[in-house]
Write a protein that binds this ligand. Structure first.
Ligand code: CMP
Length: 625
């Protein structure tokens, strides 16, 4: 594709009526899914009565819309550059209402059904623009022939198709666990012992969190209330999570993430890196993984990174013309996933679960492992896991090499994104300043939470974050996070942590498990639990047991946490990993199969265990083992 054509398409896209409501970042994201297609005179892109699975945007050329009236084909209208067609069949889930034929040669952009429906659902303004054109089209046709009625005779073109039904919950199991949770909560009042009450309440909250019968934040709020009702903590102790620096840090880091992804910086960095990398499978896989890692401290949300990198990987695979779900496509897709998801443990602000692990550490460890302390101790481990995973991908999947294509789609996205805006530049400066202050802040008496808060405030001003954007922060998670911080504090005050540590520590000492062996056992236990629980549940349950145990067997608790975080990325059970599911679906299932991904998940776990062994001397030298 020539450069000027790319520019033409990019400026055309901004003029398309139904896309008018999208900002440039949303438009650039969408353009990853637009397939350019050349058309010859008389080509039929839609045929009345036939099924349709995509819609089109006219780039150039002229297209006639024809409908049959009493068996005679009538020309209804002409569509030219900037017009769209083929949307009705997708909205109504019915056959094409008209035939669309090219009058001249030209070009269209094709958008597949799923993406189109997602687009319509994502923004009310897009839906309204679409409804307006539909109404005009209907009016144009009403003098002629009505838009093809549905089989049932009641087509409503402006009603989107119903979303696929949600999977049925596993009822009996959930009921059993809920009953157990209730029974445990009731048992609280049968005992006067504080620690026992605490453990019973925790067990019942865990049962409710795991079954997800109630939203996570509701259980968290109930747990906080229950501590005070059961007399285990004063209201201010129970609510201390909300006023802790860790909580403010998490809130600010999540807020910064919203500002960064709003600014378009995230997308630009990914596109630039990939477009400047040689078009070979190895180099692109490396670039995608490196992009994921580089974005980690900027956007501490696995979901956000995965949703950005998966389509990018798909664009790369398509541009390299890799066969779908072939070995090479799987390497590209899984490298992007690993970079975006499981490797987040290398940064303290890598993801909400890393923050969760950090918040549960004892005060002394938390003070030692601030942002920079964490990075220094975790970077070699992270590098080993990243390098090992890339090697595992190449060894297990053995991709071949590819011919040299032009990375045109990525150029197109960059054009749509336009030149860097002031907001993007400001966000870069703010993040650089925030990270710099995290690094030196301790020396000048600045708490990382206050630095993060100031950074968030500046970024909010720079990107003009409004209340709607603020609402996109995961407040439910933050409520859960506050409950967990309170929980750790109460456990310490009651001496529960020491008791757990001593009990499990004694058992491990009897078995002769300490130091390195303890970390290996911790990583395997994490992966095993991940088969049944989601990542936050695993981190919560294991942190509460591993941290005191680590102290008891003479290992710095941070090492247990970082190893657990690395192993908790294990994605062999897709249902337990929404991040993996999202990466898979954002790549439209076209890069790798679940089978290939599971194979690599197992290889990843082996890599984590190997990396623990290899990094042990380094941690030993730091006095952590
Ligand atoms: P669809 O029914 O999917 O396929 C044929 C397309 O022709 C239809 O979507 C509309 O996009 C387009 N179309 C149908 N009727 C008209 C009209 N009166 N004016 C413009 N476009 C039309």
């Amino acid at each position: 594709m020539r450069g000027d054509t790319v520019v033409d398409r990019a400026s055309l896209l901004r003029r398309v009526q139904i896309l008018g409501a999208l900002d440039r970042v949303a438009l650039a994201r969408l353009s990853a899914y637009l397939e350019a297609r050349g058309v010859e005179q008389s080509d039929e892109l839609c045929r009345e009565g036939e099924p349709g699975d995509c819609m089109f945007i006219v780039v150039s050329g002229s297209f006639g819309v024809y409908a049959l009236a009493n068996g005679v084909e009538k020309r209804l209208t002409t569509l030219t550059s900037g017009d769209h067609f083929g949307e009705i069949a997708l909205l109504t889930d019915e056959p094409r209402s008209a035939t669309v034929r090219a009058d001249t040669h030209g070009e269209v952009l094709e958008l597949a059904r799923d993406r189109f429906l997602q687009l319509v659902g994502s923004d009310a303004k897009v839906g309204r623009a679409l409804a307006t054109t539909l109404a005009k089209r209907l009016r144009a046709v009403s003098g002629h022939t009505p838009l093809r009625p549905s089989a049932a005779g009641d087509a409503h073109p402006d009603v989107p198709v119903t979303p696929p039904p949600a999977p049925a919950p596993r009822r009996t199991r959930s009921l059993l666990i809920v009953a157990l949770g209730g029974a445990l909560a009731a048992a609280v009042f049968a005992t006067d012992d504080g620690p026992t009450r605490f453990i019973l309440l925790l067990a019942s909250a865990l049962a409710l969190w795991i079954t997800a019968v109630l939203p996570r934040y509701v259980v968290s709020l109930a747990l906080i209330a229950a501590w005070t009702v059961a007399g285990i903590a004063t209201p201010s102790e129970a609510l201390s999570g909300f006023s802790s620096p860790s909580w403010v840090f998490a809130l600010s880091v999540l807020g910064l993430a919203v500002a960064v992804s709003r600014s378009g910086l995230l997308l630009r960095m990914g596109l630039l890196l990939v477009s400047r990398t040689p078009p070979s499978v190895r180099a692109q896989a490396f670039a995608l993984m490196a992009t994921g890692i580089a974005l980690t401290p900027l956007v501490p949300l696995q979901l956000a990174r995965a949703s950005l990198l998966a389509p990018l990987a798909l664009s790369v695979a398509e541009t390299l013309r890799l066969p779908e779900r072939g070995r090479a496509a799987a390497v590209i897709g899984l490298a992007a996933w690993i970079g975006a998801g499981p490797l987040s443990f290398a940064f303290l602000n890598g993801s909400p679960v890393v923050l969760l692990g950090w918040a549960l550490l004892p005060d002394a460890s938390r003070a030692r492992f601030d942002w920079i302390g964490w990075l220094v101790a975790a970077a070699p481990f992270g590098a080993l896991v990243a390098g090992g995973s890339l090697l595992a991908l190449l060894v297990v999947l053995r991709p071949g090499e590819v011919e040299r294509p032009a990375l045109d789609r990525i150029g197109f996205q960059l054009q749509v994104l336009g030149s860097p805006t002031r907001a993007e530049v400001a966000v870069i400066a703010i993040i650089a300043a925030t990270v710099a202050l995290w690094t030196i802040g301790g020396d000048v008496g600045l708490d990382p939470a206050i630095v993060a808060m100031a950074g968030f405030a500046c970024a909010a001003v720079a990107t003009r974050l409004d209340a709607r954007a603020l609402a996109s922060i995961d407040w439910g998670y933050l409520v859960f996070y506050a409950a967990v911080i309170g929980l750790a504090g109460i456990a310490r005050a009651l001496g529960v942590d020491v008791a757990v540590g001593e009990a499990i520590g004694a058992l491990l000492t009897t078995l002769g498990i300490g130091g390195l062996a303890f970390l290996v056992v911790a990583s395997l236990a994490t992966a095993a639990l991940r088969l049944a629980l989601n990542i936050e549940q695993v981190v919560l349950v294991l942190a509460l047991t591993l941290i005191p145990t680590a102290s008891a067997v003479g290992v710095e608790p941070w090492t247990a946490i970082v190893v657990m975080l690395a192993a908790s990325g294990f994605w062999a059970m897709p249902a337990q990993s929404p991040e993996y599911e999202l990466a898979y679906s954002a790549s439209e299932g076209r890069l790798y199969s679940h089978g290939q991904a599971r194979l690599i998940a197992i290889a990843y776990l082996a890599v984590v265990v190997g990396a623990v062994v290899l990094v042990a001397p380094y941690w030993d030298a730091m006095g952590l083992l």
